[in-house]
Write a protein that binds this ligand. Structure first.
Ligand code: BG6
Length: 474
């Protein structure tokens, strides 16, 4: 499912824009994710007419900018499907680069003047620079219809997220603010909505009466990848659980929305997160943390996290975090939801697992064991598995496990393509509402406090293993 083909809802006020101003246009985020996302958007919507303005500190001659842009957009990709490689040329040709200090109001003014129409300003910048740029925008009159798109992490705490929200509110209306979480653009995550709300069989069992526990796992084989400057201050709890997995939790738990517009969906997500807190009320007991030591993954040697360049081992940053939360509302009270994500793990396990309760009574006479049914939604390659018990072959009274599997249709676009499409189209469905960003910090803050107080040991695991010994599945 893609948001691009959704009909306009009468409840949505859309501010559409066709100029994309990327601040930090020479950076890793822009080149690795944003521009390839733009390419996938253009491929999915060949008629899209976007004017791209790049800005950065470096002095980049126009020719070099266009060449770098063509590469990032895959214009020179010989393996691209027929005709596809030619499509983004228009974007490259009409694009321009402006050297600018994005924290300087006069430079920002120049940048806005370089935009043919009110732009979507995409802050592809580290959080502190984004805040400095927003501060600098205070002194400028933004063209009506300007849209601001901010990358995560949004602030560093409830207080700083609120301050940033207040700053943004002083600049433009909330309808024009996009807080980006590319997980909301992942096709599997969006497919959750179709699975839940277009199939009557799931909703009656989607509650604490029938669900025993839920796991949302995002284990990566990637390590630090030269990102110490950011990651060593964030850690897995902030980088993944706060920024992404809590939003996935919200989609797993929401009440059926009346429609798929941003107000309906984001309102329901906010309700879930407002009810979410560390399971059992004890943030130390509900969480675990660890960091990797030296090891090997697929022949690639990883140093200990503590020895990675730019890391301050004394900071005690975790590369693997696990947090069990409860959603204290009528539907979910009592069900543990375990969110886990880590780096340099042996297996890239990315899935949502809903484990149902056993039947209240298994008729006597059955042999074998009836495992609790599970619904597993795998994030990339996108598929779902439903594990059930059936009568076995041979002796029909001996139970056997069976798995029904289906592939989800792959989205046309990359997650960043989905996100950019929403921004250009004025559709906030896949962007995080201001109060939701604050809620995500509110949920993890007691855990951060418990960790700072030393109430939860920082365990270790060799890179390439499933995690610390004893961290079995729940
Ligand atoms: C990013 C995190 O937001 O998401 C990274 O900063 C992480 O640390 C990444 O690796 C995971 O998302 P994806 O889509 O690249 O698997």
């Amino acid at each position: 499912m893609s948001q691009r083909n959704r009909p306009d809802s009468p409840n949505v006020r859309r501010v559409k824009t066709r100029t994309l101003l990327v601040l930090g246009a020479n950076g890793d985020l822009a080149h690795r994710l944003l521009l390839p996302g733009l390419r996938s958007l253009i491929d999915a919507e060949p008629g899209l007419d976007v004017r791209l303005i790049g800005a950065g500190r470096k002095d980049v001659p126009d020719e070099d900018w266009k060449q770098g842009l063509a590469e990032a957009l895959g214009v020179k990709d010989e393996h691209a499907p027929d005709g596809a490689s030619a499509r983004p040329l228009g974007v490259v040709e009409s694009s321009r680069y402006v050297q600018a200090d994005v924290a300087d109001a006069r430079d920002l003014q120049r940048l806005l003047e370089a935009c043919p129409t009110a732009p979507a300003v995409y802050f592809a910048l580290p959080p502190a620079v984004t805040i400095a740029a927003c501060e600098a925008l205070r002194g400028i009159e933004l063209p009506p219809g300007t849209v601001l798109a901010l990358e995560k992490p949004f602030g560093t705490s409830v207080v700083t997220a609120r301050q940033l929200n207040e700053l943004l509110a002083a600049l433009i209306p909330e309808e024009q603010v996009y807080r980006v979480d590319h997980f909301l653009g992942k096709s599997t995550v969006l497919n959750l909505l179709g699975l839940r709300f277009a199939n009557r069989i799931f909703e009656p069992v989607w509650n604490s009466t029938s669900v025993d526990h839920v796991e949302i796992i995002y284990d990566e084989k990637l390590g630090l990848e030269q990102r110490a400057g950011y990651y060593d201050h964030a850690g897995a709890l902030t980088d993944m659980i706060q920024s992404h997995l809590l939003l996935v939790l919200a989609l797993v738990c929401i009440e059926p929305p009346s429609g798929l517009d941003a107000d309906d969906l984001r309102g329901e997500m906010a309700q879930v997160l407002r009810a979410t807190r560390p399971y059992g009320g004890d943030p130390a007991a509900a969480s675990r943390r660890a960091r990797y030591t030296a090891g090997t993954i697929e022949g690639r040697a990883f140093p200990s996290y503590a020895d990675e360049e730019g890391v301050d081992p004394a900071r005690g940053t975790e590369t693997l975090a696990e947090l069990t939360v409860g959603v204290e509302n009528w539907r979910w009270s009592g069900v543990p939801f375990t969110l886990r994500s880590g780096k340099a793990l042996g297996d890239a396990r990315k899935e949502i697992i809903i484990t149902f309760k056993p039947v209240p009574h298994l008729p006597t006479g059955f042999l074998g064991c009836a495992s609790p049914p599970r619904l597993r939604i795998i994030l990339g390659p996108d598929c779902l598995h439903l594990d059930l018990n059936i009568n076995g072959a041979g002796d029909p009274f001996t139970l056997e496990p069976v798995t029904l599997s289906a592939q989800f249709a792959k989205g046309d676009m990359t997650p960043y393509g989905e996100v950019l499409g929403g921004i250009l189209d004025g559709d906030q469905l896949l962007s995080i509402r201001g109060d939701v960003a604050e809620q995500c910090w509110r949920i993890i803050e007691p855990v951060q406090q418990a960790w700072r107080a030393g109430a939860v040991p920082l365990e270790e695991y060799p890179a390439g293993t499933p995690g610390p010994a004893g961290w079995g599945a729940h």
